[in-house]
Design a protein around this ligand. Structure first.
Ligand SMILES: C[S@@+](CC[C@H](N)C(=O)[O-])C[C@H]1O[C@@H](n2cnc3c(N)ncnc32)[C@H](O)[C@@H]1O
Ligand code: SF4
Length: 452
């Protein structure tokens, strides 16, 4: 079974998006009016809780595999300066409203939010609390680099109301760590987890990677077992996306040491088996969660969502992103801040929203977004049910279903009337099936990583 599934995935291996939104960010319009976004902000219903995302585009040192929007700097002054602009952006956004908006969810991502020193984090959180009404049961999540997580920082997070920490673990093997310029001994991760738990931050997620240089099935199994032994509630197991034409520092990785597509599939499968044996539940493409974790509960209840950070339990219909490259999602559309730090600071100094791109989805986009979201979160969709939800005519999806024929022959998907179900043992195929419904996808664009 595994060999035929692997053969099918390799046959269909191609670069398609990971669909954290639909339409995906590369298809946003390149010039987008700040006024349009201001209007969307003003239209937020005052009582409706919103979510906030804060991007911190700095790291002390560059990991060579990194695909994030970040910059390596040893100068903390750059981070301090940045925090001033970030607070200013919060002011620019909140000035659009008379009262304070309710906030149910905050996520600090990057880059490395854990680069921010305790006093800087305190000041940022105080500012957020002054400008928004943070609900008492709000989830406040932060991405942490275990190499720079200190007790003083964790104490500041606890005091500020952080409830969830997501640790960049990647891999525990030293040879792998050396090949990615991220030497991070096991004890650092262990100590970070212990300190977080001591301070009451016990919702803990780990990021792990497969497909890294020097990784083998055996050492991936060891890393995953060690990770599970620390008992995080969630583990995100991402396939390394090697895109050196987009991220020049990835050229520092020796391509000879990268596992090929078949080995990557075997690594994922081995890791998946261990995590399932250890009691984790598989969610979507790349998440493994404890059965009592909120994500497992949301999954069963049909409330699982996908946003720009990946899978989420966050049900808010408005997400406001702050910082360069941050994406916002409003009832009427998406907008993205300029990814360039200089342009970002210039715009903030001019008292302008740093919006660079955006898109107002059409009715057809919204219908397809519903289909793609269901496929990415649940590996299944009933086209009749979705069509009934949207006022968009009665499309027969003949072209899309035609594209699925070969995937079906190869056992990756089952089409039964209007119901499409992706093979549970090939979650990677969700991206392929979703891509069949993506009217923006053009084969020539090499912006995405392969599915295997
Ligand atoms: C912003 S980092 C996490 C926080 C912190 N900067 C750290 O690394 O510890 C986000 C995560 O994205 C994942 N990631 C980064 N580059 C990637 C790539 N090229 N392919 C797949 N996942 C990647 C890593 O697992 C990483 O932990
Ligand atoms: S993986 Fe995290 S720490 Fe490493 S460069 Fe990327 S954002 Fe920075």
């Amino acid at each position: 079974m595994n060999s035929s599934r692997n053969a099918a995935l390799l046959k269909h291996n191609q670069p398609v998006p990971r669909y954290t939104s639909y339409p995906t960010a590369p298809n946003f319009e390149k010039v987008f009016a700040e006024d349009t976004v201001s209007g969307w902000m003003r239209d937020i219903t005052p009582d409706e809780p919103v979510s906030l995302y804060f991007h911190v585009p700095f790291c002390k040192k560059m990991c060579w595999y990194c695909g994030c929007n970040t910059k390596a700097t040893a100068q903390y002054a750059a981070v301090e300066d940045y925090l001033v602009y970030l607070r200013k952006e919060v002011d620019l956004v909140t000035q659009k409203h008379q009262g304070r908006l309710n906030v149910a969810h905050i996520h600090f991502g990057g880059g490395s939010p854990s680069y921010i020193r305790p006093d800087g984090f305190d000041a940022l959180m105080d500012h957020i609390r002054a400008r928004f009404n943070l609900l008492s049961d709000a989830e406040v999540a932060i991405e942490l680099d275990p190499r720079e997580t200190s007790e003083a920082k964790v104490a500041a997070y606890a005091k500020a109301g952080v409830t969830r920490a997501s640790l960049g673990v990647q891999d525990f093997n030293r040879t792998v760590q050396q090949a990615i310029n991220r030497v991070q001994p096991l004890h650092l991760v262990y100590e970070a987890v212990e300190t977080l738990r001591q301070y009451g931050i016990d919702a803990i997620s780990f990021d792990l990677l497969y497909g890294l240089p020097n990784q083998t099935v055996e050492n991936v199994k060891q890393s995953v077992s060690l990770a599970a032994a620390l008992n995080p509630d969630r583990i995100a197991l991402f396939g390394y996306a090697h895109v050196p034409w987009m991220k020049k520092h990835m050229r520092l990785i020796d391509e000879e040491s990268l596992p090929g597509a078949l080995l990557r599939l075997e690594q994922f499968e081995a890791a998946r088996q261990i995590l399932c044996e250890k009691g984790y539940q598989e969610i979507g493409l790349d998440h493994f969660v404890r059965p009592d974790d909120q994500m497992a509960i949301a999954h069963i209840a049909g409330r699982l969502q996908r946003n720009f950070q990946g899978y989420t339990t966050d049900g808010a219909s408005t997400l406001i992103g702050f910082g360069p490259s941050a994406i916002s999602s409003y009832a009427d559309g998406y907008s993205q801040n300029t990814p360039d730090l200089r342009s970002y600071t210039k715009r903030i100094l001019e008292n302008k929203l740093p919006v660079a791109r955006g898109l107002a989805p059409t009715a057809d986009d919204r219908l397809r977004r519903g289909i793609i979201s269901s496929l990415m979160c649940y590996g299944a969709v009933d086209l009749s049910d979705i069509v009934a939800e949207y006022d968009c005519g009665q499309p027969d999806f003949a072209i899309e279903l035609g594209k699925l024929k070969e995937l079906e022959q190869d056992g990756l998907v089952l089409v039964d009337g209007s119901r499409i179900t992706v093979n549970k043992n090939a979650p990677q195929a969700c991206r392929l099936v979703a891509a069949a419904f993506d009217t923006y996808l053009t084969p020539k664009k090499q912006q995405h990583a392969q599915i295997a």
